[in-house]
Design a protein around this ligand. Sequence first.
Ligand code: SF4
Length: 225
Amino acid sequence: MKNNNDITFPVNEIFDSIDGEGITQGALTTFIRLTGCNLNCSYCDTKYALTSDEKTIMSIDKIVDRVLSTGYSRVTITGGEPLLQNNLPELINELIKNNITVNIETNGSLDISRYLIPGVIITMDYKCLSSNMESKMLLSNLELLRETDVLKFVIEEKDFDTVRKILKNYNIKSHIFLNPIFGKIKPYMLVDFLKDLHKENIDTKNIRVGLQIHKIIWDPDKRGV
Ligand code: SF4
């Protein structure tokens, strides 16, 4: 049987900050950014994490030691696309054993069912038209999300109809966020869109407009924040 020193991950960066979006927005979090992604979204702001040029191979023990050295109670595992790592459940189990709440950011194209466990929040994107990746979405994920999870649409105006279609056709139990593609749409337009959804009798009680506050606090292109 492998021990935690034998199981390794391609780590792009680990840093301490606040969660920039979602239900834990503003809370202190240690980010584990893993390298590699199966998509290539038009608006990707972490292109540096897509290829293996920038990676350090780290064992579970090394990653957990790094997380515990700061002592925050939350970790966000992001990428790239973290679900590409077959051994991700082992890393998550070790973090949970150390009383860390784990938020996994995933792109919506890979099966989330292995990760629907207590102590884990799934923050899943639905990639719309403007990403050029909508055809890669795994629709069966949508109704698997729990009340404690998050479905996130990162959108501009031409994506509104896709959001409508998904909200009308699927019974989504999770929190839902409408986030602007940075620089492509004024955030107030998302508020107007949310009002329109309400007028169209779509259930809006779990839907919120979100902003990526790390792009407001720091330079939008700054890394490791
Ligand atoms: S899924 Fe995320 S990391 Fe991958 S290309 Fe799209 S935005 Fe970039």
